[in-house]
Design a binder for this molecule. Sequence first.
Ligand SMILES: NC(=O)c1ccc[n+]([C@@H]2O[C@H](COP(=O)([O-])OP(=O)(O)OC[C@H]3O[C@@H](n4cnc5c(N)ncnc54)[C@H](OP(=O)(O)O)[C@@H]3O)[C@@H](O)[C@H]2O)c1
Length: 326
Amino acid sequence: METTIAEEAEDLMNQAIQYQEFGSPDVLNVVETETAEPGDGEVRVAVKAAGLNPVDWKIFSGMFGGDTSGLPTGVANDFSGVVQAVGNGVEGLAVGDEVFGSMKSARSHGQNTSALAKEAIVAAKDAEKMPDGLSFVDAASLGIAGLTACGSLRALNLQGSDVIVISAAAGGVGAIAVQLAVYSGATVIGIASESNADYLRSLGAIPVAYGDNLESRVREAAGAPVTKLLDCFGPEYVDLAIALNVGAGSYGTLVGTPEATEKGAIATGQRHAQPGDLERVGKLVANGTVKVSIAHVYPFSTESVRQAYTDLQRGHVRGKLIVEVS
Ligand SMILES: NC(=O)c1ccc[n+]([C@@H]2O[C@H](COP(=O)([O-])OP(=O)(O)OC[C@H]3O[C@@H](n4cnc5c(N)ncnc54)[C@H](OP(=O)(O)O)[C@@H]3O)[C@@H](O)[C@H]2O)c1
């Protein structure tokens, strides 16, 4: 069938969520951008689904600094999709491969290096082949959360004999960290609201609700000395680690601050991830060892992406929020 000039032009267009100024989710809009070609070591991915993370809104809100010279720009790192084009020097990936990951090291293609887009340029080293049995939606939820969970448990040198407390245990990172810790044989105390108690039990954790007398309730639930603590929420859990007499080098936080470091907490997360971590998590999800909770799947539109980030900002998502892109 012959294509018209208009159809051909449309084929060369991409759609992406972008923002031109820092602010609330209302700064996000679907815009048309040009299709980009992958450079050396890069692939172009037709995005199927994008996973949302708090860091996305922290960036577009301007919380990390308001340098406007990089605007407009796109949103979100975590993706799943199908390889559409392969740049020079890429080994092990071909057109048609189903991939997932977290994009962080593609050379600057400006608007084309974010996950909330129909097409994205991704550094090949940030794209893992999808294992059999993993859905695009589940795969898109794993990038940052999977790398962060693996990295932080590594930083704490988690052992099967440990009793570990994990805060925000029902969140995106926490739910994976809980299951990886349980899988390694550790006893896991998961801290969340009472409404997540059954969910945490289903992941293999002993649930403890945050609130008054937390230290004594954690001690009681643990029934043995707490040896590790991973904070996925904020400073009060560094204080909890100290109150529980967790040893130096055995408690860490994803939300690192100078005060937390002064108090002896390891600032951990993705920075301690290693090659192979995401592949491992993907396989554990595909074979059912690690369960992924997808709280909601949104369509790809300006309104629904704004709503998705508004929901994420409220801070009580169980598991992950996903945007189905195509
Ligand atoms: N350093 C890194 O590399 C790195 C990587 C990823 C994330 N992070 C940061 O780590 C944090 C967690 O990320 P995430 O993706 O897991 O977030 P998330 O999914 O938005 O976390 C939501 C969870 O937080 C829980 N929560 C809310 N208030 C709480 C409280 N007072 N005490 C304990 N839990 C509470 C909620 O449970 P309830 O609904 O039961 O209240 C909910 O399940 C974010 O600040 C994120 O930016 C850092």
